[in-house]
Design a protein around this ligand. Structure first.
Ligand SMILES: NC(=O)c1ccc[n+]([C@@H]2O[C@H](COP(=O)([O-])OP(=O)(O)OC[C@H]3O[C@@H](n4cnc5c(N)ncnc54)[C@H](O)[C@@H]3O)[C@@H](O)[C@H]2O)c1
Length: 258
């Protein structure tokens, strides 16, 4: 199912973001790779170009309003329109009991994970409304739906994304702009291994035990592949998902079913 036009993918330098950039390019999109990390951005640019599409890397800090404005300005100057926005950039935040989370850690986690997506939507919506078309996908998490002990800032931000998604979808649906959230479970890769290590240290267990427990929580006893997340995002970015909006779709190997 082709997905044509220009897509901005935040946090596109690595991990799930890179998989999304690649998948969208393979389905026919030009991709703006927007990331605060420019060391690894070229790998995603190469992946988009290998699929025969144009890539534009832009150093963007989504928690900084001026940086977000600059990202959208550069995108419109180069491509003239933005059909798709994938708010994927995120940080894990602290792993700590609530009373040990510092106010700065709280602010930083919410500023990147929640405020950043708001800034991106705020700045991209005028162009989408003018064009009368848009597809926005916000990457939340199953942690936006069920508790994850010692991760209060992250869980708060991810649940906030779901509320933001529903209300924005209701606001902009009549402009043929769809807004959905994708809620991954534990996605295989270096990021989740770091989380396992932190959790293991807090619980005085081995990272392997934590990983096994996480696998056992899912119906399929699996971690999630980033490609499955990217495929779901690409579907929501396509014409075929026209009547799907305001949803929060789990890609969790059956860990969460609501
Ligand atoms: N990995 C998982 O198990 C998992 C599970 C559920 C949800 N998620 C969500 O999926 C998304 C991607 O996760 P990932 O595992 O690929 O993470 P990752 O850490 O591998 O990649 C995140 C990317 O976001 C970028 N980033 C961080 N702060 C930024 C900022 N202020 N501005 C712009 N870019 C910034 C990083 O540089 C990085 O390239 C995140 O929103 C995460 O919360 C991940």
């Amino acid at each position: 199912m082709p997905t044509t036009g220009t897509a901005i993918v935040t946090g596109g330098s690595r991990g799930i973001g890179r998989a999304i950039c690649t998948e969208l390019a393979e389905r026919g999109a030009d991709v703006v790779v927007a990331d605060i990390d420019t060391d690894r951005i070229q790998g995603s640019v190469d992946a988009v170009e290998a699929a025969g599409q144009e890539a534009l890397p832009i150093r963007t800090d989504i928690s900084n309003f001026d940086s977000v404005r600059d990202c959208i300005d550069q995108t419109l100057a180069r491509f003239g329109s933005v059909e798709m926005l994938v708010n994927n950039a995120g940080i894990a935040g602290p792993t700590a009991a609530c009373e040990d989370v510092s106010p700065d850690e709280w602010d930083q986690t919410l500023n990147v994970n929640l405020r950043g997506g708001f800034y991106m939507c705020r700045e991209v919506l005028p162009a989408m409304k003018e064009a009368g078309y848009g597809r926005i996908v916000n990457i939340a998490s199953v942690t936006g739906k069920r508790p994850l002990v010692n991760r209060t800032p992250y869980a708060t931000a991810k649940m906030g994304i779901i509320g933001f998604t529903r209300t924005l979808a209701a606001e902009v649906g009549r402009h043929d702009i769809n807004v959905n959230a994708v809620c991954p479970g534990s996605v295989d890769g270096p990021r989740i291994q770091r989380v396992f290590e932190q959790q293991a240290e807090m619980d005085d267990r081995s990272p392997r035990e934590v990983e096994q427990e996480v696998r056992d929580e899912s119906a399929r006893r699996e971690l999630v592949d980033r490609e499955t997340v990217a495929n779901t995002v690409a579907y929501l970015c396509s014409e075929d998902s026209r009547q799907i909006t305001g949803q929060d779709i789990n890609v969790s190997a059956g860990k969460v079913m609501y």
